[in-house]
Ligand binder design. Structure first.
Ligand code: PMT
Length: 221
């Protein structure tokens, strides 16, 4: 095996939003298009990795040489990741996983009434934190999607979730979600690197190169 490449390695990638059902016709979601995660899956496959892409609902075509598992909710995504992780060398969490889901999902369409209403929400499980805790042999690359103080939030999120590496990005109406380009602030144990505005595919190649380098260093010796 070449050092610094992912050839022959199994990489599990999450991408896209999740949908948390309120009833058979309504759900809570976010603006993720899946583009960043699909670009990362393509970049890993181009390096010769075996890639399992666990994808929330997106309108994207499957990249060449990538296996896709389609999911809807955060709970589905958690289960699909855990089913694939035993053989994984690397886990990349690019999905925008819902942090909360409706406390109950109604079997039938919820009827409206005259007054206002309230929604009770329950926390979902943190997929990447569970991978880092229960599968310490897997190299974990997470994302941090922030609207303010992105760099500090990325550093703190990497530590809190116990990740090998994290890529921070600014999100909002003018940034990251759904667009073709992005910019990343990458943090690992002992280093940081800014990857300036570029297409998501170019950034994915740069991020995967950085990650493969760190991955081979953590596996050496
Ligand atoms: O999909 P695009 O339109 O291309 O947009 C790309 C993106 C902005 C969605 C992507 O670059 C990105 O930042 N993805 C992570 C979004 C997110 O949910 O970030 P977060 O800061 O809330 O979560 C931090 C990390 O924990 C992420 O790796 C996330 O996948 C993971 N997580 C979060 C919650 C949860 N229940 N389980 C998780 O694994």
């Amino acid at each position: 095996r070449d050092s610094g490449t992912l050839a022959g390695r199994h990489v599990v990638v999450t991408a896209g939003p999740t949908r948390e059902a309120l009833d058979p016709v309504r759900f809570i979601t976010n603006h993720s298009s899946g583009r960043m995660g699909y670009a990362l899956a393509a970049a890993c496959a181009a390096q010769g990795a075996q890639v399992t892409l666990i994808s929330g609902p997106t309108a994207l075509d499957l990249p060449a040489d990538v296996d896709r598992v389609d999911v809807q909710s955060a709970a589905d995504m958690h289960a699909a990741v855990m089913a694939a992780i035993d053989t994984a060398d690397v886990f990349i969490g690019a999905a925008a996983v819902a942090d909360y889901r409706p406390a109950t999902t109604a079997a039938d369409k919820i009827k409206k009434s005259e007054g206002d209403t309230q929604l009770a929400l329950t926390r979902t499980r943190d997929i990447i934190a569970d991978v880092a805790r229960d599968h310490p042999q897997v190299f974990t690359l997470g994302f941090a999607a922030e609207t303010t103080d992105m760099e500090n939030a990325a550093r703190a999120k990497r530590e809190r979730k116990g990740l090998a590496m994290i890529a921070g990005n600014v999100v909002g109406p003018e940034h990251a979600f759904g667009r073709d380009d992005n910019a990343l602030f990458v943090v690992w144990d002992g280093g940081e690197r800014e990857l300036t505005q570029a297409s998501k595919r170019e950034l994915a190649d740069q991020l995967v190169a950085l990650m493969a380098d760190r991955f081979s260093q953590t596996r050496a010796g």
